[in-house]
Design a protein around this ligand. Sequence first.
Ligand SMILES: [Cu+2]
Length: 328
Amino acid sequence: MNTPLRIGLFASALAFVFGTAVIAGWAIGPIDDEPKSHDAGHGAENSPSDETQPHEHGAETPEAAESAPAGLSISDQGYTLALASAHAEAGKGRELAFRIIGPDATPVTEFEVAHEKELHLILVRRDFTGFQHVHPVRADDGTWRIDVDLTPGTWRVFADFQATGGPALTLGADLHVPGVTKHVATEPNRAAQVGDYEVTLAGELAAGEGKELRFTVTKDGKPVTDLQPYLGAYGHLVALRAGDLAYLHAHPGGDPSDPATPSGPEVGFHVTAPSAGQYHLYLDFQHDGVVRTAPFVLDVGAAGSAPEDQSQTPSSPTEEESSDEHQH
Ligand SMILES: [Cu+2]
């Protein structure tokens, strides 16, 4: 198989489609949202007092708690997530391209670095059977590109970034991948098996209240005490609300460069769920040089009414029944 040629043709075709899309899709002016002061996303961590505490993005201030959760909008505060195409092919090595359009209607080319990257891209299939956290590469013209491996279905693409001089944002857009999908039911789970690793979840969330979730990582039944920093933390937690995929991204307290910060087996996160309901949690952690993602489903009760302890609930059957791996 002549791979270089195929890639070349694919790139040419893409460039054409891309060029069209610039006119058709990217000529989007800013949607004039009312300016809000909520913080959402990686960049919202300026307070020194946050450094030692587990923290999250998206609900750090009283004002933030009252505003809409992150990730529900394609455009916010003058910034728009513009996918090159709303459709993508299933399979490996498919290029996804997009731009962030700024308040001046041109692509943003200057970003703040947060957790070692200018932009974090999270892709989640809307039925939660696929998850990827990737880091696209930005061209000088503001076009971001990354090869992805998607299964058929509708995916939510979250761009978590802070443009220089702008607010920290998480914008979300739908991406349609044609093909046959099958329905997979999800049930709450407190334990996730990822290869040789088992990760268990302790703690509860309650609507509108800051709570701590603790994850414990074991390998072959033994506690893992030498987790490796991944993007400046021992874990990254993405929480998505079932039904609308409202987005929360949390990081554990402590700094991996500080020897006082434990490198496992437990990693804790401070999370405020915006409402009651079911949430899908994805924990990224690194060990032996490989980043793995452990998926969980957690039911969140109303404020002050923690649901019954679910610690004994066995691992979700979703994992075995689904043909779609939780990818990373
Ligand atoms: Cu990231």
